[in-house]
Write a protein that binds this ligand. Sequence first.
Ligand code: ACO
Length: 309
Amino acid sequence: MRAGVLGIGRYLPEKIVTNQDLEKIMDTSDEWIRTRTGIEERRIANDDVDTSDMAYGAAVKALEDANVDAEDLDMILVATVTPDQPFPSVSCMLQEKLGAKKASAMDISAACTGFIYGMVTAKQFIENAGYTNVLVVGVEKLSKITNMEDRNTAVLFGDGAGAMVLGPVNGERGVLSFDLGADGSGGEHLYQENENLVMNGREVFKFAVRQMGESSMRVLEKAGLTKEEVDYLIPHQANIRIMESARQRLDLPIEKMSKTVNKYGNTSAASIPISLVEDIENGKVKEDDLLVMVGFGGGLTWGAIALRW
Ligand code: ACO
């Protein structure tokens, strides 16, 4: 049996920070941010809400949606680059909060591609080791490492969490294929130094535009599918221009691409599941749809999944 999605949920902090709010504290403009990135506002978590709290909020929703008890989880995978602390892992903290006594737990560090890496890891345990319920969470509190003195990066990021329960599914549904990659030589373009995220935007942009398109095509080829068969694209919500490059590579009309970057900014590992929840709620993703999820991030890393919903 193939691994597929049993349930999905998300957590978004209530506090909204608009581009106009940022105009007041740094040398930037709503016009610059919108035209260069597509971002209009983002959510920022309060000081007393840490990464594991957001992960818990999303996980509870996903378990409810899947109708799975936390005690029946076999494994918890948390993709994040902004853990509460280096260890114990966020996944172990989440195991305790959920009371998921039977579950093994580990974090995955692949920056914005983390959720794709997490889903692919879950697939291996479900299809090759008989696991029935694996929780994958993508969560970031990027506001912890955002340097508000650096306008090149401060305007881009937001906080939030998305979660998915995966397990064996019948028929044609589930994760059909995946494409994962990394290029450590590009690590110098996006990294954390002391408490701050540092980025060479132009280099990351060039890398992202290339990989988002190529990885989307490779994942289809691996599943023996063509771009004409794709119903919906869920790209990592980093920047509308980068997302557009993947859409154009697949020749998809604009209404067939998930877009929440305007409302939540770049939430790194959380962006794909956060966007997917919105698409399901809005009826944009329907049963049996062929979805392509594709992301890129620090590392540098990239990854894509073809999924029959
Ligand atoms: N407000 C106003 N002006 C700004 C701002 C800002 N917030 N930020 C930069 N500028 C200025 C720059 O200083 C520069 O001015 P200069 O030409 O006088 O030096 C000018 O705007 C243009 O800068 P560019 O770098 O050419 O802008 P570009 O079109 O490349 O857009 C951007 C910048 C949006 C950062 C783009 O490069 C990008 O999206 N890169 C990818 C970033 C990304 O997605 N990173 C996330 C990776 S995910 C992860 O793993 C966390």
